[in-house]
Design a binder for this molecule. Structure first.
Ligand code: NAD
Length: 516
């Protein structure tokens, strides 16, 4: 039983403290409040993270505010060059960054590199910012009158990120926000705060002026400070649904533009004609990759009978071949992020047993290739999960894959559509007509067709429906550009004595201006 390992060590007296990044430099915290940061594969606290005080929050926002005018006014070409330089630094130093991710999050190195690559896509998109913020121009909309639109940055923008993607999620927002001329205060997750400081330092190396990116470490106090500050124009939040809803409601009440991405419960619908080897590979990859700590993880396989028995046999075979252990040892799946989270995820297996489901693979018996104190839980497969069970209705966020058996395609779609979340989903079939019907009928923001984790590429936008996204704007892509800019429409007339078009300003006329 991995859940009975010794409690995580917290000898905080001698640990280094992760501070903030303000005005282009590491700044030690003065708040006197800290929280331990664990190496999940070792099960020990290796450092502490500073939890900002109101005074530190004010300092951070003031720095970002002071940096805004000069950054806004810097030419687009110079901003673009910084993004290109940062991209090259990511290419050069991504192994170092992956080590940092694994040492605080626990995901295996290859997975950490994957997250960096997906974040880097948005950096690459942001190198095109001069094209993305182009306005429109219409000549002579009325005689001698032209109309054009321009996009301007918002000012200081806040980004609040979750633990599960300490690099990718900040990079969903920072490159676009920064390249569009905003200054950013990033509040990373307190569980894995170091990657954000790495990004800040490397952006500085790429030429980003001091104050354009601030990293403010902290907890609810820091989040509330950003949500209520009159100097913060917008909030981009990613995290669990209850906090996303709170952030959306509080931020909008304080007059901010808010996009708050929340939790998920993603279903994979398997039709009887599907390629079951592809389905089984996909279910294992998307269910157990990153120990299930992905908002786009598949957590429910909806099997349209009679496929369930064959599919389960294939998943069991594959799950049995996975190496669970320290992400630095070439394993397939690492530990969970904290002991508390591991125990919470493991508790759902007990709930499943109580609710009459069938635990086919039990992750509590895992033998990891890693320290015995690590926060281990192996891949878990639960069949015949009642849809009334908390195992089905709640986001578990761990390596626990449920199977629900249904009789028809329609029953499967109805089940998916009746859920509270609408982040991602996938259909597996060789029937193009059914896939097309699914993409039309399903009430979910991101859909995979024979693709299990349909995270859109950077030039589309990421975001779910229902309780998976509060606000109207998704992350990155065109939505990201729209979110981090405000548009103006300018109507202009220049009188020109040499103009022979008959242009005239019309003299005194109190009628409402029209284009006649
Ligand atoms: P979380 O909600 O606990 O934390 C997210 C952020 O909110 C952190 O920065 C944290 O410091 C802050 N926070 C925590 N409690 C708070 C409070 N009471 N008041 C204000 N701020 C608070 O989420 P997590 O555990 O770090 O991340 C996992 C969750 O994020 C899962 O629910 C997952 O589905 C979700 N997620 C969603 C997406 C998406 O795109 N929809 C992407 C990644 C993760």
């Amino acid at each position: 039983m991995t859940t009975s390992t010794a409690p995580a060590t917290t000898n905080t007296a001698t640990l280094p403290v992760v501070g903030h990044w303000i005005d282009g430099a590491l700044v030690p915290s003065t708040s006197g409040r800290t929280q331990p940061v664990y190496d999940p594969a070792l099960g020990v606290a290796t450092k502490e993270v500073a939890l900002a005080s109101q005074e530190e929050i004010d300092t951070a926002i003031a720095s970002a505010k002071a940096a805004f005018p000069a950054w806004r006014d810097l030419s687009m070409a110079k901003k673009q060059q910084i993004m290109f330089a940062f991209r090259e630094i990511l290419n050069r130093d991504k192994a170092e960054l992956a080590e940092i991710i694994t040492s605080e999050h626990g995901k295996v190195i290859s997975d950490a590199l994957g997250e960096i690559a997906r974040g880097q896509e948005v950096v690459e998109l942001a190198t095109s910012m001069p094209s993305l913020v182009k306005g429109e121009f219409s000549e002579n909309v009325s005689t001698g009158v032209d109309v054009f639109s321009i996009r301007q940055p918002l000012g200081v923008v806040g980004v609040i990120s979750p633990f599960n993607f300490p690099v990718m999620v900040p990079l969903w927002f920072l490159p676009i926000a920064i390249a569009a001329g905003n200054t950013v205060v990033l509040k990373p997750s307190e569980k894995d705060p170091s990657a954000a400081l790495w990004i800040a330092a490397k952006l500085g190396e790429a030429g980003l002026p001091d104050g354009v990116l601030t990293v403010l470490n902290g907890d609810k106090t820091a989040v509330d400070g950003l949500l209520t500050s009159p100097d913060v124009e917008s909030i981009s939040f990613v995290g669990s649904t209850p906090i996303a809803q709170y952030v959306y409601e509080t931020g909008t009440k304080h007059g901010k533009r808010v996009q708050a991405l929340g939790g998920a419960k993603n279903h994979m619908l398997v039709l009887p004609d599907a390629d079951l080897d592809l389905v089984a590979d996909s279910a294992v990859n998307a269910g157990f990759g990153s120990a299930g700590e992905r908002c786009m993880a598949i957590s429910v396989v909806v099997a349209v009978e009679p496929v369930a028995d064959d599919l389960i046999a294939k998943i069991v075979e594959r799950a049995g071949m996975l190496r669970i252990g320290d992400g630095r040892r070439g394993c397939d799946m690492g530990p969970l992020v904290t002991e508390q989270h591991r125990d919470k995820v493991a508790s759902y297996i007990e709930v499943a047993e109580q609710d009459g489901a069938e635990v086919v693979v039990d992750g509590r018996t895992v033998q990891p290739d890693g320290d015995e104190n690590g926060f281990w839980l192996g891949p878990t497969l639960i069949d015949r999960v009642p849809t009334s069970s908390r195992v089905y209705t709640e986001e578990i966020f761990g390596p626990v894959l449920s199977v629900v058996r249904v009789a028809t395609y329609e029953e499967g779609v109805e089940l998916i559509n009746s859920g509270a979340f609408g982040n991602g989903t996938a259909i597996f079939t060789n029937d193009g007509g059914a896939a097309r019907r699914f993409q039309k009928d399903v009430q979910v923001g991101m859909i995979g067709i024979n693709v299990p984790i349909p995270v859109p590429v950077a030039y589309y936008s990421f975001g779910g429906w229902k309780k998976s996204l509060f606000g109207d704007s998704k992350a990155y892509g065109q939505d990201g550009v729209d979110f981090f800019t405000r548009q103006k429409a300018v109507t202009s007339r220049w009188t020109d004595p040499a103009d022979r078009s008959g242009s005239t300003h019309g003299g005194v006329d109190l009628g409402f201006p029209s284009n006649a």
